[in-house]
Design a protein around this ligand. Sequence first.
Ligand code: PEP
Ligand code: MG
Length: 594
Amino acid sequence: MSFQVFGIPVSRGVAIGRAVLVASSRLDVAHYYIAEAQVEPEIRRALRARDEVALELETLKQDLPGDTPHELAALLDVHLMLLHDEALLGATKHWIVERHYNAEWALSAQLEVLARQFDEMEDDYLRERKADLEQVVERILSALAREQGNAPVDASSVVQRDFAGEDPLLLVATDIAPADMMQFKRSVFHGFITDIGGKTSHTAIVARSMDIPAVVGTREASRLIRQDDWVIIDGDAGTVIVNPSPIMLEEYRFRQRQSELERARLARLRHTPAVTLDGERVELHANIELPADALAAVESGATGVGLFRSEFLFMNRGGELPSEEEQFVSYRAAVEAMRGMPVTIRTVDVGADKPLDRLSVSELRHEHVLNPAMGLRAIRWSLAEPSMFRQQLRAIYRASAFGKVRLLIPMVAHLNEVRQILESIKKVRQQLTDSGQAFGIVDLGVMIEIPAAAVMLPLLLRHVDFVSVGTNDLIQYTLAIDRADEAVAHLYDPWHPAVLQLLASTISYARNAGKSVSVCGEMAGDPVFTDLLLAMGLRSFSMHPSQIPSVKQRVLRADAGRLTKSLAAVLQSEDPQRAAELAFAAQKAPSVPH
Ligand code: PEP
Ligand code: MG
């Protein structure tokens, strides 16, 4: 039966494929395809892991002390029974043979199928056996991981599947932590659907950076969609169509082709400089998460990196932080890849919905941190860990010997923070000089993402070279809306008059002070806001590389001077969105010949 699920559109485009349901707790399970020749060995690997677990459970049972309550032995029997049930390993084999999934993926796919069946059982006792099944699968996954630890995945057995003629796969999960999202960057999935999340949650941001359709905040997609269902993700409307009719499929396939054509058309703008009709030059920079993303930045025609979110180098490491050397190598790689164009490296911004380890937003909400978004996040964390902070600064400064590097500090709200940052920079420069290490001139910038920073901007500007507005957080903190919470997503409003006032005043103050100002939040990459930001005087935008062509197209069609004339009316309006639509559209009306 065909049905629809509605959520929040976070990454544009249409994806059509089969649903792969993955429990959030198992997102760290490797998902890769194996070669045909690897199918039999992979099945044997799964069976070996099962036998190992069987032995483990038998031994546990035998070693139970005499006074152990008999329920415990009975529980182990249940686990053994589940372990040997054909519904688990037999069907897991099917995923390996038919789909060429690696054993871990096949096993977790089958767990999702069985978990659903347990959920639907009438009998309480049977329904509760789902937890036992999960424990058994957890044991098998651990056995597979142990084996993997001994013999790492043979790269030749991992296949980059060519999707011509194949069914693309779309990931469906309750929630995906930003750290897990990173591992999907080079993965087999062509789209994402989650129950939780908001438009600018970091999970959404990474999905956008991958340039694949995604819908979040659906609340119950992972409950309603079944493993292997055919699904359409409409990343523009925020709709998920499950088991679509042939007519629907045809309609969306047509839309897919249209948007591919549109992309190809926009890609031709790559080498065109972003200059408005009245000759204003606009910098379109890229936001990146990893040095490897710099390649996409160059290919998209970016004229620099406006935001390198360095925190992604700190994730997925089991709590261990990257060394100075490791960071230096990454920063240098990005700087070199940008071939002389500026690279703005932001110091680590962990905390809030970006924990260091694999916690998803829903897990975070159950953590002890009362309100992570307002807690020890970003520069607050860096200043609380001064040696870690100086280590990062040293790595960034060392990279500046290889190209143009700018240093950006997130979440600044107090002048005292700026003083401490300047003090740390001084120390680091001295250390590098003493040890004979080269470094270049590094401009210092702060992010304007807490309303306090926007309000006290003139004071901040005395100490820094540039500012970059993080609209994602500026909106979150101005409107007191958790950006990762789908329950208040409807209140997350970039058009809110208070947000626009702060944005306009920040841009104008910085410009008047002769300091460079850019916007690197998601507003910068959304063409809906291009005219507005140009009208406010913004001339430097930073966004995901894939968004550059459509923003550039808007810039090329804009007359910045004329747009600015309408700004006051927009800012004073009770409905700025409508006012902007009217005012800016009027600018574009073809002039009537006399
Ligand atoms: C922002 O807050 O707008 C921003 C660019 O930083 P992040 O999204 O990483 O918090
Ligand atoms: Mg931010």
